[in-house]
Design a protein around this ligand. Structure first.
Ligand SMILES: [Zn+2]
Ligand SMILES: [Zn+2]
Length: 430
């Protein structure tokens, strides 16, 4: 990698590219900035780990939580091996058939207008993702860690992209897809480094910073449904969703899941919503379960209320499970192998057939989910009681979920699926 591409790659992480160097005429010319950022993701995560160790004497990330977050990031990008992103495909369709005017692709004005337009679109994508339960079912993945570090930034939903594209379509009436393709990537990259513990003084007025985004990840009452901004925080100040950081922020979901299996992390909330809606009698209540806020119940306002939430005292510690060192090493080594396979796959995807790509996607998914099962099952044996509690507490008062997943039945189901996955994997050695 030349020094110029290192400089571009590093500045792309902070949305600090100039219009001159990042305006392109055709979509095909737009660099895959997110894919090219992998070395910076890894470098900054290692740096955070080392600085954290030196400052506090303990690791800021655990193997179980960190690997689950990175696995979610990998799963969320697997569809891109087969399709151009949903956001870009829909955008290009609207541009080709319905555009009203063509802003010049090589004008700095177009570039700045798109930066602000994409960020405004992101504010609404994000706000809807928190305020509409069926969209929250996807976005909760990003909030499901009780830690706040750079690995948390990678914990992304695979399903969210299938809904978020709608919010960017107004831009397609005037902005060329090539400029949109640059900013949709830069907006995402900017949100990586804000998952840290740095403060930035006066910049906090205009920009979304680690301090503001920490609040967004909090489960304290004052943090819920606040600070949706992507690059700019001004949208939250304008639309009344801004909250400054006050009491110590306790991170994660209001009812922590404390589970590490990739498909469970991605999909569990859909199942919960389905069960919740079945418990209601009227059609309108059933539909409202999906379309109103995640905390909504019949007779409550659109977003529900949080009176039943567990009280946050500020003394809560993130779940730090203890499990044997050899098993941790086993999981970590296998994870690194699959991470390498994933990286190589993205590097060589143009040379592989669709069926090979599909096979490799299944292989990566099965391996990640199997490693997650190993962690879940190990912890289930070691800490069965607290996991039982986490399961039965993770809904409104716990009643709905303990009916959905009676724990003995649940663990035997896990074992069966896990065994099935291992059998499949043994048929296809690496
Ligand atoms: Zn969010
Ligand atoms: Zn975040």
């Amino acid at each position: 990698m030349g020094s110029r591409s290192v400089s571009v790659g590093l500045r792309a992480m902070f949305s600090m590219l100039t219009p001159n160097e990042s305006s392109f005429e055709r979509v095909e010319e737009v660099p895959p900035y997110v894919q090219q950022a992998t070395p910076f993701f890894v470098g900054l995560m290692v740096l955070e780990l080392v600085v954290g160790l030196l400052k506090t004497g303990r690791s800021v990330v655990t193997i179980s939580d960190g690997l689950t977050s990175i696995a979610a990031g990998m799963v969320s990008r697997l569809p891109l091996l087969l399709l151009r992103g949903c956001e870009l495909s829909a955008y290009m369709y609207v541009w080709e058939h319905f555009r009203l005017l063509e802003l010049p692709w090589d004008s700095a004005w177009t570039w700045w207008f798109t930066l602000i337009g994409v960020d405004f679109g992101y504010y609404w994508v994000h706000r809807f993702a928190h305020e509409v339960a069926v969209l929250w079912a996807a976005h909760q993945v990003h909030h499901s860690s009780e830690y706040y570090n750079l690995t948390t930034a990678l914990r992304q939903s695979a399903a969210q992209q299938f809904a978020s594209w709608v919010f960017y379509l107004p831009l397609a009436l005037a902005v060329p897809p090539s400029i949109f393709a640059v900013h949709i990537q830069l907006n995402l990259l900017y949100q990586f480094w804000i998952h840290t513990e740095v403060n930035l003084g006066p910049l906090e007025w205009v920009f979304n910073t680690p301090k503001h985004h920490r609040v967004h990840h909090g489960r304290n009452l004052y943090c819920i449904d606040k600070n949706y901004g992507g690059i700019l925080i001004i949208w939250d100040r304008l639309f009344g969703t801004f909250a400054p950081e006050e009491d110590k922020v306790i991170y994660g979901l209001v009812f922590p899941i404390r589970r590490y299996e990739s498909l469970f992390v991605q999909l569990h909330y859909y199942r919960y919503l389905w069960k919740k809606s079945k418990a209601y009698k009227t059609f309108s209540d059933k539909v409202s379960t999906f379309l109103k806020g995640p905390s909504w119940k019949p007779g409550k306002a659109r977003l529900g209320d949080h009176v039943d939430n567990p009280k946050v005292t500020g003394r809560e510690e993130p779940h730090r499970p203890s499990w044997s060192l050899p098993l941790q090493a086993y999981v970590a080594v296998h994870f690194l192998l699959v991470l390498w396979t994933y990286h190589e796959l993205f590097q060589n995807k143009m040379m592989l057939s669709q069926s090979t790509l599909l096979g490799m996607i299944c292989y990566i998914l099965l391996t990640l989910t199997s490693l997650g099962f190993i962690i879940d099952l190990t912890l289930q044996r070691i800490d069965f009681h607290s996991l039982t509690c986490a399961d039965s507490c993770s809904t409104d008062g716990g009643h709905a979920r303990s009916k959905v997943f009676p724990n003995t039945q649940h663990s035997s189901r896990l074992t069966t699926i896990s065994q099935l996955f291992f059998s499949v994997l043994l048929c296809f050695p690496e």
